[in-house]
Design a protein around this ligand. Structure first.
Ligand code: GLN
Length: 487
């Protein structure tokens, strides 16, 4: 069965339709695979075996009756453990929510269930999606399937590792500053953050609401495009979700890209990147030229401010969003408090990990009355300035390319003592969140140690079709995506 688990989601879906395998068999195979390799990887916080098998059974019943199947029906998927799924715990990898049972389905989750996609488990993450290496989980670290001594990237490290190791063909993650694209890049798979508002955030545990966006992980661009079709669309429950029809991205994947103009982001290729990553980007430029695109260099002069802006806005928003975890309404409550204030303080002191506490303190400070104008308001103004850089760039080019990260996956523990070094890991990804842009990371080669390198492509808001088209053309021009982690 490992053979079929290694196939793409589209191929798995076809195999089910052609009755080469039943949905139940495939789901069982995925669960078996998790049980045999996940002790090494730590990609799952919990398995949702009953839910997965019940969904798979419905697929097989439909096939027996000769009924039409919805897109990706029967293809096993891992759900990041910060999205609600009735019948599962949603922990956000935090002690404060260790025993929190999902009260309702997230909209994205509901859409998966409606499409009869078996959800095999809840994927590990950095606590409350805060991190770049998945070492901030309160429960266990995730290991990179290509080399178990390395990090998988974060915060959706479990989602990425599960797809890269063929535990599941698909996964959902959330991306606030790069949490889908970075782990996709470190694990050699495809990860995509849609335009802000494309996918409902209802039922996603909020980190920084003006930046958070749910998106797909897969091993091919076609699979990622299909999964985005499944989860996107307007939702009454999320006031920031866009009232736009769901598009079919698969139809335009193979469009000719001759004459398209692509900008290489100057600030992301000029310093700080490793030689191997640099070579991969040069190779990507050559590929696009060979495909008939025109490639130019484009400057985003304010990109250098994006990490500073992000760590004010994201921490400010999280300090407010996480105020609800007070021991009264959700999750953990301290066992020994003499009065209400002590109960709040002890509950939060016991429940949150060090990175979450650091961010709440930073964010509370930035929002405090004496510093609001100097930090929070200034950061909002600078967010607009960064967005303007993109508007100017996209007046000249159709898309921007860069490395997803200046380096490949680093060793576990290498950056945990230095929060700033960890924050700098996201230099290439954060600005797309500030500007609300769609962005994707796709496999673009390997470094001298055999670790995957990711290419990031960004396009203007709501041009996902073009983004997938450009990604697909690159993917098909190489066979990087065919090489799988050997675990
Ligand atoms: N690594 C970034 C952070 O730590 C982004 C995380 C994310 O996108 N959720 O905040």
């Amino acid at each position: 069965m490992l053979e079929i688990l290694k196939k793409s989601a589209t191929e798995q879906s076809n195999a089910i339709r052609n009755k080469e395998v039943s949905a139940i068999e495939l789901t069982r195979a995925s669960l078996e695979r998790i049980k045999s390799v996940d002790e090494k990887l730590g990609a799952f916080n919990s398995l949702t075996e009953d839910i997965a098998l019940e969904t798979a059974k419905k697929v097989d019943e439909k096939i027996a009756k000769g009924e039409e199947l919805p897109l990706l029906a029967g293809v096993p998927l891992a759900l990041k453990d910060n999205m609600n799924l009735i019948g599962s715990k949603t922990t956000a990898s935090s002690k404060i929510l260790e025993n929190f049972v999902s009260p309702y389905n997230a909209t994205a989750t509901q859409k998966l269930l409606d499409n009869l996609i078996p959800i095999v488990g809840k994927a590990n993450l950095d606590e409350f999606a805060m991190g770049s290496s998945n070492e901030n989980s309160a429960f266990k670290k995730v290991h990179n399937p290509w080399n178990l001594n390395k990090v998988p990237g974060g915060s959706s490290g479990g989602s990425a590792a599960s797809v890269a190791s063929c535990e599941a063909a698909l996964a959902l993650g959330s991306d606030t500053g790069g949490s889908i694209r970075l782990p996709a890049s470190f694990c050699g798979i495809v990860g995509m953050k849609p335009t802000y508002g494309k996918v409902s955030r209802y039922g996603l545990i909020a980190f920084a609401s003006s930046l958070d966006q749910i998106g797909p992980f897969a091993r091919t661009v076609e699979d990622a495009a299909a999964l985005l079709e499944v989860i996107s669309g307007y939702d009454f429950h999320d006031s920031t979700s866009l009232k736009l029809p769901v598009e079919n991205y698969r139809n335009s994947l193979n469009n000719d890209i001759k004459g398209m103009k692509i900008g290489v982001v100057k600030e992301l290729v000029s310093e700080g990147l490793t030689d191997d990553v640099k070579k991969a980007i040069e190779n990507a430029v050559e590929t696009y030229k060979a495909l008939g695109a025109e490639v130019v260099e484009i400057s985003l002069p304010n990109l250098k401010h994006s990490i500073g802006i992000y760590y004010i806005l994201a921490t400010a928003e999280c300090s407010s969003n996480l105020a609800r975890f007070d021991g009264v309404r959700y999750g953990h409550r301290t066992a020994n408090a003499q009065n209400l204030l002590e109960m709040y303080c002890k509950t939060r002191a016991e429940g949150f990990g060090p990175e979450v506490k650091r961010r709440i303190m930073l964010g509370t400070y930035a929002l405090s009355s004496g510093y609001y104008d100097a930090y929070y308001k200034k950061a909002l103004q600078m967010r607009r300035v960064v967005t303007e850089d993109f508007i100017k760039a996209f007046a000249k080019v159709d898309a921007l390319i860069s490395p997803t990260c200046p380096n490949t996956a680093f060793d576990l523990g290498a950056r945990t003592e230095d929060p700033l070094a960890m924050y700098l890991t996201d230099i290439a990804t954060i600005s797309a969140n500030l500007a609300g842009l769609p962005a994707i990371s796709i496999p673009a080669g390997f470094d001298s140690e055999g670790m995957p390198i990711g290419l990031q492509i960004m396009t203007p808001q709501l041009t996902e079709a073009k983004l997938f088209n450009l990604a697909y053309k690159f993917e098909q021009a190489h066979d990087y995506y065919k090489k799988l982690a050997n675990i």
